[in-house]
Design a protein around this ligand. Structure first.
Ligand code: CO8
Length: 260
């Protein structure tokens, strides 16, 4: 099978560009997450890699979030393995020592939004057809507490409370207004703007920036690392309930119907 992630590392700049290329919509399957984590680990260990830009190779979509098929009609064991991989992705990205910038060149619901939120800075294409947000309740499911915490840390408690209860998806200008993203640029300038922004962040001494980042994020990360298996058990028993499986089926039928 062809790689779902393409990494270009510019040794002289110390910056890697990671392109998500899992057609059609970069949904986060177990295979995708495994590949993502292997790539992240390699870059993290390479001391010459100081910055990482994450973007999508797929048209119109940054990432459709978790692959719903990994949670639908699957055994508790499979669901558990999958959700452990989602935790792993979040832990690796949120605790990265690298400067991470999301170049959001398409829609970014749910797990796609989470990936963006783990980054240090978010640049989104100014296209009103794109949307971003944690829309879990619209599927009849609940965002894990660490999804919630990551959003609270970015946009504050009140905005997160309302966004999560309603499962709000924001268009780019709304997302900018609540600081869910940091900057909007025309679609064809997302990557170049990310590179320019990276230059600014690279000017800060790594050790000082890294300690500061860790100081800001460590309490949130510790909350999950000290409770990983209990969290999995909790999520698995929720997602495998008949009523929740039914909600997922209804939602899947809805996105299929909406097509065309
Ligand atoms: N998982 C699996 N398949 C998907 C997903 C997904 N997340 N998203 C889209 N697909 C499929 C579609 O069903 C469609 O399949 P097919 O071609 O067989 O009909 C194909 O991908 C292409 O999709 P679209 O035709 O809809 O593509 P568009 O370019 O028109 O739209 C969007 C792209 C905007 C991304 C749209 O597909 C969409 O809105 N998708 C749903 C996104 C979503 O709601 N994701 C939520 C996932 S849940 C999550 O991430 C967090 C869960 C937290 C864990 C909770 C544990 C308790």
């Amino acid at each position: 099978t062809s790689p779902k992630i393409k990494v270009d590392f510019d040794q002289s700049a110390g910056v890697a560009v990671m392109r998500l290329q899992s057609p059609p919509v970069n949904s986060l399957s177990l295979d995708f997450l495994t590949e993502l984590c292997i790539n992240l680990e390699k870059l993290e260990m390479d001391k010459s890699c100081r910055g990482l830009i994450i973007t999508s190779s797929q048209p119109k979509v940054f990432s459709a979030g978790l692959d719903i098929m990994e949670m639908y009609g699957k055994s508790p064991e499979s669901c558990g393995e999958f959700l452990r991989a989602v935790q792993e992705m979040w832990l690796k990205l949120y605790s990265s020592n690298m400067i991470t910038i999301a170049a959001i060149n398409g829609s970014s619901p749910a797990g796609g939004c989470l990936m963006s939120l783990t980054c240090d800075y978010r640049i989104m294409a100014d296209n009103p057809r794109y949307s971003i947000g944690l829309n879990e309740t619209q599927l009849g499911i609940v965002a894990p507490f660490w999804f919630k915490d990551t959003m609270v840390n970015t946009v504050g408690h009140r905005t997160t409370e309302m966004a999560l209860e309603l499962g709000l998806l924001y268009n780019p200008s709304e997302a900018l207004k609540i600081s869910l993203v940091d900057k909007l640029v025309p679609e064809d300038q997302v990557l170049t703007t990310a590179t320019q922004t990276m230059t600014k962040w690279l000017a800060i001494p790594d050790h000082a920036r890294q300690i500061t980042k860790s100081m800001m994020r460590k309490p949130t990360i510790d909350k999950l690392t000290s409770n990983r298996e209990a969290d999995i058990q909790n999520l698995v028993s929720f997602i495998t309930k008949d009523s929740i499986q039914k909600s997922l089926r209804v939602y899947l039928e809805m996105i299929k119907k909406r097509k065309g």
